[in-house]
Design a protein around this ligand. Structure first.
Ligand code: FEO
Length: 171
């Protein structure tokens, strides 16, 4: 059984993951309008991945006998000044999410909830990957600068991304 403090914090994290999904959906729409369909597709996969993260926590709360309480999802921005600005926003957002996950791990540890601690380890590793992916794209965009051929090639590359949920949690 989850204690109330952890139940509340996990519910907050469900909201943070669904906001992430919504933020990337907004970024996808922005890229679509900006004529970068590959970047839009990358964002669409990211949107699905964040929804999956939220659902993974949703399932866990229920499995542990907790209550899921969904809250309003805040409105994300709609426009960015450049592709680089979008991905810098992604990285800043993921840093924030990493901080939230680390705070949850600290709380699980403090509350001596070993099951929640183990559950959260997957998210700790996932955040390393998320930050690395955004940093790599930022690095490429900085190298490309204002060269449109490079941006076109990167857009093609990012358009290859698909989201496949890991086998365990088909949430
Ligand atoms: Fe679910 Fe991008 O963290």
């Amino acid at each position: 059984m989850l204690n109330k403090k952890l139940e509340k914090s996990l519910n907050d994290q469900i909201n943070a993951e669904f906001y992430s999904s919504y933020l990337y959906l907004a970024m996808g729409a922005h890229f679509e309008a900006a004529g970068l369909p590959g970047c839009a597709k990358w964002m669409q996969a990211q949107t699905q991945e964040e929804w999956y993260h939220g659902m993974r926590i949703y399932r866990f709360v229920l499995e542990r006998g907790g209550r899921v309480e969904l809250k309003a999802i805040a409105a994300p921005p709609a426009r960015w000044v450049s592709p680089l600005a979008v991905f810098e926003n992604v990285l800043a957002h993921e840093h924030k999410i990493t901080g939230l996950i680390n705070g949850l791990v600290d709380l699980a540890f403090k509350e001596r909830d070993h099951a929640t601690n183990i559950f959260l380890q997957w998210f700790v590793s996932e955040q390393v990957e998320e930050e690395a992916a955004a940093s790599a794209i930022i690095g490429k965009l900085k190298l490309i600068g204002k060269e449109s051929g490079g941006l076109f090639a990167l857009d093609n590359e990012l358009g290859q991304r698909l989201f496949t949920p890991p086998p365990r949690a088909q949430a």
